[in-house]
Design a protein around this ligand. Structure first.
Ligand code: GTP
Ligand code: MG
Length: 182
């Protein structure tokens, strides 16, 4: 049997580490160098456990954040999103609060199906004094999130936690595809 295909949206504030994490997902054993801020968005592809992923790595810069909503809506209308990866910089508490308000906008958008699971990467856990997983979870108020979600503490820099997150998502994506719900 051939691979399944799935679509992911990769969002989070600028400098959170989205493109770095994506590079790590694609090449787990390679250290990541030379990533520059994403302009608008970038399309990428990778395969994990029999799933061919197509991913939109969005810029987190404020002038591009409207694209999160519009891309999510148009893609989901046309051919369904299977997961949203939301990255926060755990070393910057103030900005996790800003990220929370951006997350709320996505969650309030009724045209983005509430069947779509969320994977949260609490990134930059290598930085001394970074928020713990529990602190990030509290600021984002994930306990009240009415979605399937997982939060993983990670470092795009060292690779810690990155594979664990995408593995969790892939398990769910496979179930969604098998059951025909997405
Ligand atoms: P935009 O494309 O502008 O939205 O940013 P982004 O979320 O894609 O962030 P990017 O991957 O470009 O990383 C931003 C900066 O954070 C870069 O200098 C990375 O090297 C650094 N960075 C990413 N992940 C980590 C991490 O886990 N730890 C540390 N210490 N630095 C990281
Ligand atoms: Mg980027």
């Amino acid at each position: 049997m051939g691979n399944s295909s799935a679509k992911l949206l990769l969002i989070g504030l600028d400098n959170a580490g989205k493109s770095t994490i994506l590079a790590r997902i694609m090449e787990p054993d390679e250290s990541v160098n030379g990533i520059t801020p994403t302009i608008g968005y970038k399309k990428d592809k990778f395969t994990r456990d029999g799933v061919d992923y197509y991913v939109l790595d969005m810029s987190g810069e404020s002038k591009y954040r409207d694209l999160w909503q519009s891309n999510a809506t148009t893609i989901d209308d046309k051919d369904k999103i299977h997961g949203i990866i939301f990255v926060v910089d755990s070393s910057d508490k103030m900005r996790i609060r800003v990220a929370k308000s951006e997350l709320d906008l996505i969650l309030e958008n009724r045209s983005i199906s509430n069947q779509i699971p969320f994977l949260f990467y609490a990134n930059k856990c290598d930085i001394k004094g970074a928020c713990t997983l529990e602190e990030v979870q509290d600021i984002l108020d994930l306990k009240n999130l009415k979605r399937e979600y997982q939060i993983v503490s990670c470092s795009g820099l060292t690779g810690k936690g990155v594979q664990e997150g995408i593995q969790w998502l892939t398990g769910l994506v496979k179930l969604m595809i098998e059951s025909g719900s997405r």
